[in-house]
Design a protein around this ligand. Sequence first.
Ligand code: ATP
Ligand code: MG
Length: 287
Amino acid sequence: MVALVSTVAYLGLEARGVEVQCQVAPGVPAFNIVGLPDKAVAESRERVRAAIAALGLSLPPKRITINLSPADLPKEGSHYDLPIALALLGAMGIIDAETLASYVVVGELSLDGRLAATPGVLLAALHASSENLGLICTALQGAEAAWAGDVEILAPKDLLALLNHFKGQSVLTPPEAGTVPEPDQGPDLKDVKGQETAKRALEIAAAGGHNLLMNGPPGSGKSLLASCLPGILPPLSPAEALEVSMVASVAGTLEGGQMSRTRPYRNPHHSASMAALVGGGVKNLSC
Ligand SMILES: Nc1ncnc2c1ncn2[C@@H]1O[C@H](COP(=O)(O)OP(=O)(O)OP(=O)(O)O)[C@@H](O)[C@H]1O
Ligand SMILES: [Mg+2]
């Protein structure tokens, strides 16, 4: 029997659907993961084995094969641990296949079965919402996932809590969306002495949504003026805040599921190379 579990692969700001297939077949005992896994995914074998042992279960002495489909899409990250473990538990007949079919699953497993946070949960939740599925993620990121809105979210703290939920022994409460803190007060234009023309240019650019090119001798206040710009722009709209939070989610910096309404301000050094700004590698340069 083949058990199927849905998960995602992150490609920039896109979460693409990935199906985890697990087959337990007679043969020499083995546990293989195929479908272009990177080192972190290949190592998930050991975490899954240990987490299942922590439940008091042992892997069947059979040939276990996990396939991550589409098989030609490279799989990176540790969020495949939980979908692999659930597919295996499904193939072992411990979890019902129908239950598994209604969720997108992401999460990293610890050796004792606890679930650890992984980047990109908000994207996975938005993907689940577009597919009309629920989402299973760690309790640490339930607040982040809940921002996706109309999605059923199961956020257990460990594998045992999830199994108990499926058996109806202790039902998990759906997480609440994280809070939205007030935008941070950055530098204020009133602290800039003089520079009336530059301030006016800044105001016009802010009002009209224009770009600005600053030119002047070192120390004349260009960086200071630029850092004042977020302060005179309106707070992020909900759609913009979601987009900014998606970037933070993929970077793994969305702490406590708090969606920020502060406009991001980046201050790269003028001599920074292309690779330093956008990351290296063929994949990043092509997108
Ligand atoms: N008009 C001003 N009012 C108050 N402080 C100023 C003003 N102009 C410059 N400063 C202060 O001088 C220091 C240098 O300014 P800043 O870093 O903005 O210069 P810059 O034009 O970006 O220089 P560089 O070309 O080297 O990047 C900062 O601490 C800034 O606060
Ligand atoms: Mg500067």
